[in-house]
Each structure stands twice: as structure tokens, then as C-alpha cells.
Design a protein around this ligand. Structure first.
Ligand code: NAD
Length: 381
């Protein structure tokens, strides 16, 4: 607990089913609590509280009017009595859901589980992430996050006056995020020259045959790079010659060595926390711009916000609208963060965090939730 939150922690349990769970509403100054719902055998209140805090900053950095929250259910996501546990969890939180919190997807929960939540509470607004047959939107299939990553890169390139037409792009990771980003980069006029998966990497300075690689991905998954031909060790990708580097796989891969040697003038973080702290400093010193993860990969949360706003609408599943929404938000946010980082003389990561905190604090002051604020200045009657 600190000056930001959490505002409310609700621990629930049910002896009959063995259900144990927690809801954390971290900071709702900018809007009601929203964040995914996790199921894991090792879940702890502290873990959920930390995730809820991350959501507070993520919503504010994306400039969307939701508050940080997260819920978690302790248990094996493959347990035979999962449905019973989900129903008991939803019932126990019926005071809070959907008024203060709406269930969503995170580790251990799928669309089918979201359907159970709305059924148990008799309210289709109780969860987002529903199956398509119930009006939900398949975000990973649509590639919303990868699309947003390429949009962030394009906005950053414009801000930095780097031409996107013909820009050489290397993408580490060719999963839901990496593959969708590659398609969008191509549509924006860039040339994808390198791609890697956990199996290996492929490189062609004249541009990879993306259609073939995407088709092979459908057939062989991560083995697509081997099937493509000319496969090299997976780690080579981070050293491929490029203008834009997109780590879209795992954390801490852009280390000081990569930061010192990359030829990229722009790094766009598709994965969560792919760049180490010291590497960020090296990149900044070398004049390499970085679009931070929670700005660039916010396509998923923006799509979730779209679902939140349209939970009760029968006309809400038009993907074109969702992509337009993501494009506008992410482009604006990426440009703002890069401009602010140069105005403030700090890294884009620090600027993004400061912007998020300033937005949350401004909302807290307006609502009279701080000792020092708009309302604290009013004379006491
Ligand atoms: P995914 O499982 O679909 O794909 C991961 C890809 O990374 C695979 O191609 C895998 O082979 C590759 N990979 C793993 N280790 C690698 C390594 N050492 N070198 C090269 N490639 C490696 O996952 P995803 O959904 O694409 O997520 C990728 C990253 O983006 C994760 O950090 C995730 O947390 C983050 N992210 C995803 C979303 C989303 O909507 N899916 C949203 C925000 C952030």
C-alpha cells in the first residue's frame, strides 16, 4: 500500500467448492477498475496487487479512462471442477462485479471461462473476452497487439523523421504479436529483413518472402524459420542489420551488448520488458529511440477498452472499428512520449511513467482524493 493504492482488496473463499480468490482495485481515480482475471495454483494477493498497479499505469499511459485492477483465482486451470470454482468466484464478487470491476482474460482463463462468468451473474456486462459465438472478439487471431506495435513504429518514425517506406525491420518472435506486426509493417511500406522464433532466425537483406513465412507458420508454427531455408541460430536476429528492431518474444533480450551494437535507429518494444535498464541508457546515449512496451503493445488493452464500452451492444464486433481505435490511440501516445522524453531530457520509459503518474494524480486531485488538490484548496464551510 502506498499513496496510489490499493483502494480495495476483496479476498473471497468458499468451503464447499474450495474456491479461494482475490480482487484488487488499485486506483480508480480515472475510471472503474479493469484488468484481466488470472488463475494459477501459486497465486498470491501480493501478485494480484502488483498486476493491478501495473494496470493503473498502463491505462493512464494509454490515456484511457479505466482504473487499475486485477482479479485472481487460486487453483489449477486444468482442474476438473474449474467451472464450479469460477461460478463460486463470480458469486462471491457479485457486490463488486460489474459495478466496480469487470472480469477479463489473463493466464489460466480462456473465452469459455468468460462465458461462465456472465452466465453465473446473469449479466453479459460482467466479463469481456467472450467467445465469438457470444459476440466476443478474437483479439489474438485478429493480431490487434502486433498491428499496434507497427503503428507505434510508424508514428515514432514520423516524429523522428525516419522514412518508413523501405525501412528495414527485424522482428524477434513470430507469434501472435510478431507475425501480426510483420504484416502491418509490410502494409506501411517497410521491408521485413529478419525474423526469429525460438527455433532459429532467417535473414534476407532484400526482404523476406512474408507470405511464404506466414504460410509456413500456419503449417509448422515456430519451425517456420527452419522450413523457410537458410536458418541461423535464434540469437543472431538481434544483430541483423536494420533500421527498426522489434523485440516481440521475451523479456531482457536487448542487453548492453545488443544496445551497443545494433544498427537500428528505433527500437519498438513488442514484448513486455524486452530491454534491460542499463541497455536503455546505452541506447539513449547512442541516440537510438525506444518506444516503451506499455505504449507500443497496448493494442490488447485498447481492444479490451473497446469491448468494455460495447459490452451491451449487438453491433460491437466490427474489427475495422477496433483497428481504427488502436491506430489513433497508439500513434498519438507514441508521438507524445517521444516528444515529452526530449522535452524533459529523459528516456521515453521515464517520460511515459511520469505522464501516467501525472494523469492519475490530476484525476485524484479533481476528485478530492488527495490531501493537496483542487478541493483541499476550498475553504471549509
Ligand atoms: P506467442 O507465444 O504467440 O509468440 C512468442 C514468439 O516468441 C514465438 O514465435 C516464440 O518462438 C518466440 N520466442 C520465444 N523465445 C524466443 C527467443 N529466445 N528468441 C526468439 N524468439 C523467441 O506470444 P505473443 O502473444 O506473441 O507474445 C509475445 C510477447 O508480447 C510476450 O512478451 C507477451 O507478454 C507480449 N504481449 C503480448 C500481447 C498479446 O496480445 N498477445 C499483448 C501485450 C504484450
Amino acid at each position: 500500500m502506498d499513496e496510489w493504492g490499493p483502494e480495495k482488496v476483496v479476498c473471497v473463499s468458499d468451503r464447499k467448492s474450495g474456491m479461494k480468490g482475490v480482487l484488487v482495485l488499485d486506483n480508480t481515480a480515472r475510471g472503474m477498475g479493469k484488468g484481466g482475471t488470472r488463475m494459477s495454483p501459486t497465486l498470491s494477493v501480493n501478485e494480484v496487487a502488483r498486476l493491478a498497479r501495473t494496470m493503473t499505469w498502463k491505462w493512464a499511459a494509454a490515456d484511457l479512462y479505466y482504473g487499475g485492477a486485477k482479479a485472481g483465482l487460486m487453483g489449477d486451470p486444468n482442474a476438473a471442477n474449474k467451472e464450479q470454482l469460477l461460478r463460486a468466484f463470480a458469486r462471491a464478487l457479485s457486490n463488486e462485479v460489474p459495478k466496480e470491476y469487470v472480469f477479463g482474460l489473463d493466464m489460466g482463463l480462456s473465452e469459455k471461462d468468460a462465458a461462465i462468468f456472465i452466465d453465473e451473474l446473469g449479466d453479459r456486462g460482467a466479463a469481456v473476452g467472450l467467445p465469438t459465438a457470444l459476440g466476443g472478439v478474437p483479439y489474438d487471431e485478429l493480431g490487434v497487439t502486433g498491428f499496434g506495435v507497427a503503428e507505434a513504429a510508424d508514428a515514432a518514425a514520423q516524429t523522428l523523421s525516419v522514412p518508413m517506406e523501405g525501412a528495414r525491420v527485424v522482428i524477434q518472435g513470430f507469434g501472435a504479436v510478431g507475425a501480426a506486426a510483420a504484416e502491418r509493417f509490410r502494409a506501411l511500406g517497410a521491408t521485413v529483413v529478419g525474423v526469429s522464433t525460438s527455433v532459429g532466425s532467417v535473414h534476407d537483406p532484400d526482404g523476406l518472402d512474408l507470405n511464404r513465412l506466414l504460410q509456413l507458420r500456419g503449417e509448422a508454427g515456430d519451425g517456420c524459420v527452419r522450413e523457410y531455408g537458410g536458418v541461423r541460430p535464434t540469437g543472431d536476429a538481434l544483430a541483423f542489420d536494420c533500421d527498426i528492431l522489434v523485440p516481440a518474444a521475451i523479456q531482457d533480450v536487448v542487453d548492453v551488448d545488443v544496445a551497443r551494437s545494433t544498427t537500428a535507429s528505433l527500437v519498438v518494444e513488442g514484448a513486455n520488458m524486452p530491454t534491460t535498464g542499463p541497455a536503455l541508457e546505452v541506447l539513449a546515449a547512442r541516440g537510438v529511440s525506444v518506444v516503451p512496451d506499455f505504449i507500443a503493445n497496448a493494442g490488447g488493452v485498447i481492444a479490451a477498452a473497446f469491448s468494455m464500452d460495447n459490452r451491451y451492444s449487438p453491433f460491437a464486433t466490427d474489427p475495422a472499428q477496433i483497428f481504427a481505435h488502436i491506430s489513433t490511440k497508439i500513434r498519438g501516445n507514441a508521438a507524445t512520449v517521444l516528444l515529452e522524453s526530449s522535452t524533459r531530457g529523459t528516456t521515453p520509459h521515464v517520460a511515459a511513467r511520469q505522464i501516467a503518474q501525472e494523469r492519475v494524480l490530476a484525476a485524484m486531485r479533481l476528485r478530492g482524493r488527495t490531501a493537496i488538490g483542487e478541493h483541499a484548496k476550498q475553504p471549509v464551510a
